[in-house]
Write a protein that binds this ligand. Structure first.
Ligand code: ZN
Length: 712
């Protein structure tokens, strides 16, 4: 493998010349260098968010960071809020004198007596042990935003932060601010990775990913050097480690982190280490479903346990498969993926239904059953009022399903990426970008007062666990990286939204185009080619799986394209392209009533309204005075097509609401205990309903809300 040659990286020059990234070129150069004994070639390419350009099993790779941009519409608005509110507000929060932890832990561990703005530090660790990793997620968002904006202030900020992180690292590469500060205070020196609750590998994994993104965005290696030292420590440590220590892989971001480090540096030891750590899981004694290590990976048949841990593991295994093949793990991974989207996925693209439960629940092997929390439930167990749906699990699901898309080219996975991004991820953040959900229920009723661990409203600060907010912020900052995919001779359009693309294939051929569209409020997408290579390529347009057969037309330069677009596939236009060519994709859709299959008890006889990719909900402040949300139903005779769309602003965000017929059900005579009541056969009272996108709820005070409504 190729040693890393940082000096050869020149972002400006590379952007001009687009060094070749073809696999054959790579192999040839390596072979020539090996033959001649000369220096290995400088690393070329490797500037995408997830860089699969040389991954042998990947069917597509992402354009480089900064090559795709939202230019308006829903995502343009969210990206602007990310730039102007999410990132700076979080940085201000990290420095707030009432919020020690995250950033101040790094300052203290680096031996600093004061914060950047001159406030004295007490030298102690604050917050949970995983706050190091949460800080790195925010840093990754900054690096991605820098790649998008080239704002020199962001670059300067990162340049101030990185030396502090580097100074907080032990000379041997170990980096865990809680341990460093405890040791400095004369406390007991705990054994590295001895306590799974310390989340050290989670912290280090996020360091590695943030460092790769920072390097790819800036060409600077300062944080990459810190990450390589940390990975070196892991490598040395796990040479001797017993399988029991694999238990420290809690929310294992480090499989993704190590493999991305391999992709960035070409150093095969990181890939080998990731593989060894994933294999080590199979030998964990007394493992649990909670941590996905009760049985070896290839013995698993479905998604179990803590959903963030699960989705991070599955994404990491997908990365391993992309690099090494590994047919046995790949078969299992596909089976688990199917288990989730067929039986355990919310309509809103969220996962991890349970606050607390048991797994394998109901098993005849009683001894095998263990407690699970923040977890995937049984098949079809999808409660709404108590849905856990941690925002981090939704982020993990995007990370995982995008990798499945890259490995398969199967449009189904692009549908899943869209479903989670356009509904679940966006729902995690308030429209003004300052408040965050830890858990994401699909229904909230004030009368349901069962005590739950996390707030039912978005919070600016979640001191007990700030894992979700920066995870959401980095994902929103990075959403444009998922729009397009590249492959030899092909350009995949995975997501729709007003955007531009200015990029090059790995052989240097350039493509520039833009999308003019109001998607997701309309399915009319105009793709305009602004510059094209002088050889033909296949433009692959995703025809959403949620669209109806026959509802989509494609025209090229005004002429109908040959072939029939099929929902759930890519529609391919293979031809020579010239600047000025126009592709008009029209996915005609209207609001639809959606129901779950009969095995989902929590939504029996209920429906949700979906318009294109956007799932809608009813929020109580859109109801007439005196009408309680729990009494509202949808008239079956109405159908979704009686809902009409109109534009509205909520909390400064432009979006589309739906207006249509609803019913107020009469309340029956309650029995003495109040739990049951006799059905009142009086006719329901018609009202007009206004539904808003699910992602936009909880922006107008303490409301009641429901995605699912009874159908009468
Ligand atoms: Zn979280």
């Amino acid at each position: 493998m190729t040693p890393f040659a940082p000096d050869a990286f020149d972002p400006a020059g590379a952007r001009r010349t687009r060094p070749g990234r073809l696999r054959w070129w790579w192999c040839l150069m390596g072979w020539l260098c090996a033959l001649g004994g000369g220096p290995a070639p400088a690393l070329a390419g490797a500037r995408a968010l997830v860089d699969m350009v040389k991954s042998p099993e990947a069917r597509m790779y992402q354009p480089d960071l900064g090559d795709a941009h939202w230019t308006g519409g829903l995502w343009g608005g969210r990206a602007a809020v990310c730039r102007d509110a999410m990132i700076p507000t979080m940085w201000a929060l990290f420095q707030d004198e009432n919020r020690e932890g995250d950033w101040t832990n790094f300052l203290a561990a680096a031996g600093k007596a004061e914060t950047f703005d001159g406030r004295r530090l007490d030298g102690r660790h604050h917050g949970p042990p995983f706050s190091d990793g949460d800080f790195f997620k925010w840093f990754e968002a900054v690096a991605q935003m820098y790649a998008s904006t080239h704002d020199p202030q962001l670059d300067a900020l990162m340049d101030r932060i990185i030396p502090v992180v580097a100074a907080a690292q032990r000379p041997d590469g170990y980096l865990f601010t809680e341990a460093t500060l405890a040791a400095r205070a004369g406390g007991p020196a705990g054994r590295e990775f001895g306590d799974p609750g310390h989340f050290e590998t989670y912290n280090l994994g996020h360091l590695m990913t943030a460092a790769c993104v920072h390097y790819r965005a800036t060409g600077k290696t300062a944080l990459l050097d810190v990450a390589r030292k940390a990975a070196g420590f892991l490598e040395t440590f796990y040479r001797q480690a017993s399988p029991a220590l694999a238990r420290s892989a809690i929310c294992p971001s480090h499989y993704m982190g190590l493999i991305e480090l391999y992709r960035t540096t070409g150093d095969a030891q990181y890939l080998a280490l990731a593989r060894r750590l994933i294999e080590l899981r199979d030998q964990v004694p007394d493992g649990t479903d909670q941590n996905q290590d009760r049985v070896p990976f290839t013995a698993m048949t479905g998604a179990v346990g803590h959903a963030v841990r699960a989705n991070y593991l599955y994404a990491g295994v997908a990365d391993l498969v992309a690099e090494t093949g590994d047919p046995a793990r790949w078969a299992t991974l596909q089976q688990i993926a199917r288990d989730v989207y067929e039986r355990k996925l919310y309509l809103t693209g969220e996962t991890g239904a349970l606050y607390d439960g048991a797994s394998p629940d109901g098993s005849a092997d009683h001894a095998a059953i263990g407690l699970v929390a923040q977890a995937y439930g049984r098949d079809y167990q999808l409660p709404n009022l108590t849905a856990y749906n941690e925002s981090c699990a939704t982020v993990g699901y995007v990370l995982w399903t995008w990798r499945m898309l890259a490995l398969t080219g199967d449009a189904r996975y692009a549908d899943l990426v869209e479903r989670s991004l356009y509904n679940g991820v966006l729902a995690g953040v308030s429209l003004d970008g300052t408040r965050f959900f830890y858990t994401n229920p699909l229904r909230k009723l004030h009368d349901f007062a069962w005590p739950l661990r996390w707030s039912r409203d978005r919070q600016e600060n979640i001191p007990e666990s700030f894992c979700c907010p920066p995870n959401l912020v980095r994902t929103i900052a990075e959403a444009q990286d998922y729009i397009y995919g590249l492959a030899p001779g092909a350009l995949w359009v995975n997501l729709y939204g007003a955007s531009t693309l200015d990029t090059a294939w790995s052989d240097g051929a350039r493509i520039k185009l833009h999308q003019e569209t109001d998607y997701p409020w309309s399915g009319a997408v105009r793709l305009v080619v602004d510059a094209a290579p002088d050889r033909p390529f296949a433009l692959r347009l995703r025809i959403p799986g949620w669209s109806r057969p026959g509802a989509t037309t494609v025209r090229v330069n005004g002429e109908p394209a040959a072939g029939t677009p099929q929902p759930g596939t890519y529609f391919e236009l293979a031809r020579p392209w010239r600047a000025g060519d126009v592709v008009e994709l029209d996915i005609r859709f209207q609001p639809e009533l959606i129901e779950a299959g009969p095995l989902v008890e929590d939504t029996l006889n209920q429906a949700a309204v979906r318009n294109g990719p956007i799932v809608y909900c009813l929020e109580s402040n859109d109801l007439p005075a005196g009408v309680r949300l729990e009494d509202v139903a949808l008239p079956l005779a109405a159908g979704g097509d009686r809902f009409t769309m109109s534009r509205r602003r909520i909390a400064g965000a432009d979006l589309a609401v739906l207006t249509g017929p609803g019913l107020v059900l009469p309340r029956g005579r309650p029995e003495p205990d109040g739990l049951y009541r006799e059905v009142d056969s009086a006719p329901p009272r018609p009202i007009t309903l206004t539904l808003i996108p699910y992602y936009a709820w909880d922006n107008r005070g303490d409301t009641e809300m429901s995605v699912w409504l009874p159908v009468r």
